[in-house]
Design a protein around this ligand. Structure first.
Ligand code: MG
Length: 454
């Protein structure tokens, strides 16, 4: 596929994403979708209105009726699509830089398009075989404000009142129109930063990885809050700091929820992406549940395939009982409920319930044409060196050696850069360092040998 990546269509304006492309996606979607109505929405990027207008034009040209939700977060579009339409399209580049934009496509039940569907839609775009509505078949655009309804649905689902003090950072993204008000409705005392929508992202980069939001730790301590919540540009992702101003590791957040769900259900399957750590397995297995690892970008697929009660990637949590999409609003509501119900500060809950594992990652340079050979060589060498310590090998976008003591080694080719990624995690720093030396050394040697033609 040329257009769709692991998270819809995304790229730099004019280089990849253009109004012409948006119009063609609109035409293709209107032709493809089984139904009459498609919902559209956009994030706060400077190019989003332009792209959304082209998209709507394309949809209308096929005789599709359009509902325009306006500027809202991606989870809200997914929820609104399930409630009001037969399909949904979001104009967003999520956490990418302000120069980028993109398009995400949803089914009538709120799931993101499955990989096969993306392929079919793409084929339609390239074939140009679109439905053309005659003059008396063309429908209209209905504007609809669903923010209050969505907020009500989240509040009903979470069903909890709090008095916690919460610091919120919206990245000047689409979450700003909703999150502070949702938290306030729950009873929280809310302090907001970067919470006016601005497509230039003047406050910080829209990706909520630790390096971009490290300042929130000190701010949390200065303000004396119980919890910090940060979102990405379209507010499906969430990052968290505890009351001490410590960043909560992405796997720890997943483990907290996985544990909660498995305990509630007395078992069940949790699906997580291939790059997540062993603390999740540790708590899930102890609670009588099962962890299944799946490729990146397909939690909705995993839920369907394994009947999962919870699905996640780092920063992206899916609560299937609410809906089969990534939803940071449900996550923040349930996290506050968890803290209140435990009656302890978040740092203490984590310390008592989630084990610590130690992770290191580093890339090995490798031109695309050598990637396959290097992966094969390194696999054989690692298999030999690790021997009886291996519990299981997962082969999803590269491979992951799962060891008996909970350590793991992930070797996977970058999809976008001339690099092979090596990730190691272990229950102690010593074990992590030993394993990393072994794994990184092995992959680097395999790369040198392959390029030499040895
Ligand atoms: Mg996002």
């Amino acid at each position: 596929m040329k257009l769709f990546g692991t998270a819809g269509i995304r790229g730099t304006l004019w280089k990849k994403v253009t109004p012409e492309l948006a119009m063609n996606i609109g035409k293709a979607m209107g032709t493809y979708i089984d139904g009459e109505t498609v919902a559209v929405a956009r994030d706060g990027r400077t190019s989003s209105v332009m792209l959304q207008s082209a998209l709507i034009s394309g949809l209308l040209s096929t005789g599709t009726e359009v509902i325009d939700f306006g500027l809202i977060p991606t989870p809200t579009l997914a929820w609104g699509t399930r409630r009001h339409a037969d399909g949904g399209v979001m104009i967003t580049a999520s956490h990418n830089p302000p120069t980028d934009n993109g398009i995400k496509v949803f089914n009538g039940d709120g799931t993101e398009f499955y990989v096969e569907q993306e392929g079919e839609l793409e084929e339609l775009v390239f074939s140009g075989n679109f439905r053309k509505a005659q003059w008396d078949e063309i429908k209209t655009v209905k504007a609809m404000d669903i923010i209050d309804d969505y907020m009500g649905a989240v509040l009903d689902f979470v069903n909890h009142e709090t008095s916690l003090k919460v610091l919120y950072d919206g990245a000047n993204g689409a979450g700003s129109v909703l999150a502070p008000y949702l938290l306030r409705e729950m009873g929280a005392r809310v302090i907001s930063v970067n919470a006016h929508v601005d497509g230039h992202f003047p406050g910080r980069k829209p990706e909520p990885r630790y390096e971009n939001i490290a300042y929130l730790g000190e701010l949390a301590r200065t303000l004396g809050v119980d919890l910090v919540i940060a979102q990405d540009g379209d507010a499906d992702r969430i990052a968290v700091f505890d009351e001490k101003g410590q960043y909560v590791n992405e796997d720890t957040l997943i483990a907290l929820f996985a544990k909660l769900y498995v305990e509630e259900h007395g078992g069940g399957t949790v699906v997580v992406s291939i790059d997540t750590g062993s603390r999740i397995d540790h708590v899930v297995e102890k609670a009588g549940g099962r962890v299944v690892r799946i490729p990146l970008g397909q939690p909705h697929d995993g839920i369907k395939k394994y009947g999962a009660i919870f699905a996640a990637e780092p920063w992206k949590l899916v609560h299937p009982k609410f809906g089969p999409w990534i939803d940071s609003f449900v996550t923040m509501g349930l996290l506050i409920k968890l803290i209140d119900e435990r009656g302890k500060p978040l740092s203490q809950i984590i310390q008592e319930e989630i084990p610590t594992y130690y992770l290191t990652k580093k890339n090995v340079k490798c031109p695309d044409e050598f990637k396959k050979a290097v992966l094969e060589r390194a696999y054989k060498a690692l298999e030999e060196k690790l021997g009886g310590a291996v519990k299981e090998v997962l082969t999803i976008s590269g491979y992951r050696f799962q060891l008996k003591d909970g350590s793991w080694i992930l070797v996977r080719p970058s999809g976008t850069e001339p690099k092979i990624r090596v990730v190691v995690e272990a229950p102690s720093e010593k074990k992590r360092d030993e394993l990393f030396e072994l794994a990184y050394g092995t992959v680097r040697k395999a790369a040198e040998d392959a390029m030499k033609g040895a």
